[in-house]
Design a protein around this ligand. Structure first.
Ligand SMILES: Nc1ncnc2c1ncn2[C@@H]1O[C@H](COP(=O)(O)OP(=O)(O)OP(=O)(O)O)[C@@H](O)[C@H]1O
Length: 253
């Protein structure tokens, strides 16, 4: 929050207009599959410099929502704004994502996998090296990605998402298979991105992990956004698990 002292300059309306736009704003986002609504009227607001934890039971509609944010699925209704502008492919240059598990070139090494992406993105090799370092995969040499453990594949997917220093990082279940070192590295990466003014959206079932990283929470149940607000508003006593069960069972009652 920006504050000014009593001796400092007063904030003018122009200053207020200079506030950065929301990183993501959806309005009435909905999606049906063969007539069955799985995302209903979801209006998400992801702010710059914040981590947004998207929670909800299996099948609630989290991945479907994230895919619509990224243009991987067309909404049945509603709209998506990225960085204050209507969704466009150009805006996706500022976005890194890992959705529904890693999709890797199994016959290539970690470094080669990243270089495929840096080539496509028009980035230098140094970006691939830095991403390898950020996720702790520099020592994997020529080993092919298909021989990696689940956690190593997860690290490589994260490295791919980090290429090009995205202003928005979207991670679907990024902790899957990560060891404690991997989870610690992930936390650090997330906090680094937001302290640089970027935004992170992370969907996860691991409530303790979300409690560690999320500034804001969105709770989706049965396709509807039941709650959206700060982590403190979601769980005033800090007990995210209890708040989650209370809020989801209220819905079921
Ligand atoms: N391509 C598809 N065709 C038909 N139904 C789909 C399709 N994709 C998702 N669904 C259905 O939409 C609903 C929401 O799925 P989604 O993957 O978004 O949930 P989720 O909250 O991400 O779940 P999980 O936590 O288990 O990953 C589910 O009932 C799922 O079966």
């Amino acid at each position: 929050m920006t504050t000014t002292s009593s001796h400092g300059p007063a904030q003018t309306p122009a200053d207020r207009h200079a506030a950065p736009p929301l990183t993501v704003e959806t309005t009435g986002l909905s999606r049906a599959f063969r007539g069955r609504a799985v995302v209903r009227d979801v209006s998400l607001r992801v702010r710059p410099g914040r981590t947004y934890g998207l929670l909800g039971p299996n099948g609630a509609g989290k991945s479907t929502t994230l895919k619509m944010l990224l243009g991987l699925l067309a909404p049945s209704a509603g709209r998506v704004q990225l960085f204050g502008e209507p969704f466009s492919r150009a805006a996706l240059r500022r976005v890194g994502a890992s959705i529904e598990g890693p999709s890797l070139y199994g016959h290539l090494s970690a470094r080669q996998n990243l270089r495929v992406h840096t080539l496509l993105l028009g980035l230098g090799d140094e970006h691939a090296e830095r991403a390898l370092e950020q996720v702790g995969l520099t020592g994997t040499g020529r080993a092919r990605a298909r021989s990696f453990s689940t956690g190593m594949k997860g690290r490589l997917a994260l490295a791919t998402a980090l290429l090009g220093d995205p202003d928005l990082l979207v991670l679907d279940e990024p902790q899957n298979g990560l060891d404690p070192e991997g989870i610690a590295a992930l936390r650090q990466l997330v906090s680094q991105r937001t302290s640089d003014g970027g935004s992170v959206v992370v969907s996860s079932h691991l409530l303790a992990e979300v409690a560690h990283v999320a500034d804001d929470i969105g709770l989706i149940v049965d396709g509807r956004l039941l709650f959206q607000g700060t982590a403190e508003e979601f769980a005033p006593d800090g007990d995210l698990e209890r708040a989650y069960f209370t809020r989801t069972s209220e819905r079921a009652a």
